[in-house]
Design a protein around this ligand. Structure first.
Ligand code: AMP
Ligand code: MN
Ligand code: MN
Ligand code: MN
Length: 286
């Protein structure tokens, strides 16, 4: 099985792009996509390591979108990292991220938790700062036991470190991915807590904008959710994708190389990518 959704230290993962590729190969992953949040920075390193190892690599990205008052993630697969439109779109999102990180720090400070912007920045190694870095910083500072607890107590709507704001527009994000020659995929659709009709509305607008696929298999989907999402993909005619959403070995409940097969009757997002041809040639997926 390919794994078409993973993170590295270029965003909020804990393995470097090269370490991630090595671990995926050891786990038997057939083709790996690196899909960091709002950045293409890790792709060159990952592609070079995959080529060195003769492993199939799919350059990707996970774009933060605001839709229906909520944050939704859109994965782009097989994007051209040299595309200016995609690069500029992502640069705008990172500017918002930079400001938001400082604002999260200020709000936590006002709530009696000082010094967390600096700690979060240290966790990000000078790259983009995600709420995940604040979560690790808050655990490190002893304010919570787990990152999951941090999100609930500090970082979601109504909590002291929550900062509202606008990410990309749905059609815009799909447009950047298409401009870069990529295929757009709705990430972990069961995670948003949408009603059936709201999810259908998202899928409809996504298709209208030129989106082509949705994740049916996701590290964050239960068995039931896989079947519900499979039905949505079949009904809407979207291609089906599969990705662990791996962020590193610290989260032992999500591992590389352990994804179940797609349910029957779905067309895989990789159906025309020739990932299945036996080849020893080092290559980027064609
Ligand atoms: P950001 O894009 O900076 O708002 O951060 C979003 C990231 O935080 C997601 O990609 C997840 O990796 C992580 N995340 C979101 N919600 C949770 C949660 N409840 N528990 C742990 N990690 C979370
Ligand atoms: Mn993440
Ligand atoms: Mn996501
Ligand atoms: Mn992700």
């Amino acid at each position: 099985m390919p794994d078409l959704h993973t993170h590295s230290t270029a965003s909020d993962g804990t393995l470097s792009p090269a370490e991630l590729v090595a671990r995926a190969q050891a786990a038997g992953v057939q083709a790996l996509a690196l899909t960091d949040h709002d950045t293409l920075e890790g792709l060159e390193e990952a592609a070079a390591e995959a080529a060195r190892r003769g492993m199939r690599f799919v350059p990707g990205v996970e774009i933060s979108v605001t839709w229906g008052g909520r944050t939704v993630h859109i994965v782009g697969l097989r994007v051209d990292a040299g595309n200016a439109e995609l690069q500029q779109g992502l640069a705008g999102l990172r500017r918002f991220r930079d400001w938001r990180a400082e604002e999260i720090g200020r709000r936590l400070e006002r709530a009696g938790y000082p010094g967390l912007f600096e700690r979060a920045r240290a966790h990000s190694n000078g790259r983009l700062i995600s709420r995940t870095h604040f979560a690790r910083a808050l655990v490190e500072a002893g304010h919570a036991e787990t990152t999951r607890e941090v999100f609930k107590r500090f970082l979601v709507n109504g909590k002291p470190g929550h900062v509202p704001g606008e990410w990309a527009d749905l059609a815009q994000a799909v447009g950047w991915i298409r401009a870069a020659g990529g295929r757009a995929v709705i990430a972990h659709p069961a995670r948003y807590g949408f009603t059936r009709s709201k999810l259908r509305r998202l899928i409809g607008e996504f298709r209208e904008a030129g989106g082509e696929a949705m994740e049916v298999i996701s590290g964050s989907h239960s068995r039931d959710e896989v079947f519900t999402m499979a039905a949505h993909a079949r009904d809407s005619g979207l291609l089906a994708s599969a990705g662990s959403d791996y962020h590193g070995p610290e989260n032992p409940w999500i591992e590389l190389g352990r994804l179940p097969e797609l349910p029957a009757g779905l067309r895989p997002v990789w159906h025309d990518w020739s990932l299945n041809t036996a080849s020893t040639a080092p290559s980027v997926a064609v």
